[in-house]
Ligand binder design. Structure first.
Ligand SMILES: [Cu+2]
Length: 144
């Protein structure tokens, strides 16, 4: 009896892992996206979740969580030349999605429960793709 339960649990795990991986892999951003102008709708037809960073004591803050098999929000809008603080929701961001990267700004950060923020000051305007270090998850930082 215990063996049957264990087998069921293993099968459940495999199925969940397969779904999670398929979702992650299907979100690979096109390479051209980096230089694209920000638009309000994604290629898939749905609307991107767009958030303006909030200024708190001179720092532009934005939370980063998980939803729809991708980062949430998918677009973070900030202003050039002012410090940005991204605060990761580590309760929802799991696995490789905690390994955060904005390649064009040379920013990499591994979020943990005790170290869930990354700070930087964007010095050039533009739209910069972000994602996990493996290239899954497709978001954009829009610097204006
Ligand atoms: Cu990944």
């Amino acid at each position: 009896m215990e063996n049957k339960l264990l087998t069921k649990l293993i099968m459940l795990f495999v199925v969940v892992a397969a779904i999670a991986f398929a979702g992650c892999a299907s979100k690979l951003p096109p390479a051209a996206q980096t230089s694209q102008v920000q638009t309000t709708s994604e290629q898939s037809g749905g609307s991107a979740i767009v958030v303006d960073a909030k200024q708190v004591n001179g720092i532009q803050e934005a939370s980063l969580s998980w939803g729809k098999l991708n980062y949430n929000p998918e677009v973070i809008k900030v202003k050039k030349g002012l410090p940005v603080r991204i605060i990761a929701d580590t309760a929802r961001l799991q696995g490789c999605f905690r390994s955060f990267r904005i390649a064009d700004l040379e920013i990499t950060k591994s979020f943990t429960e005790t170290d869930n923020t990354v700070e930087f000051t964007p010095q050039k305007s533009g739209t910069f793709a972000f994602g996990c270090s493996m290239g899954m998850g497709a978001g954009r930082l829009v610097v204006e």
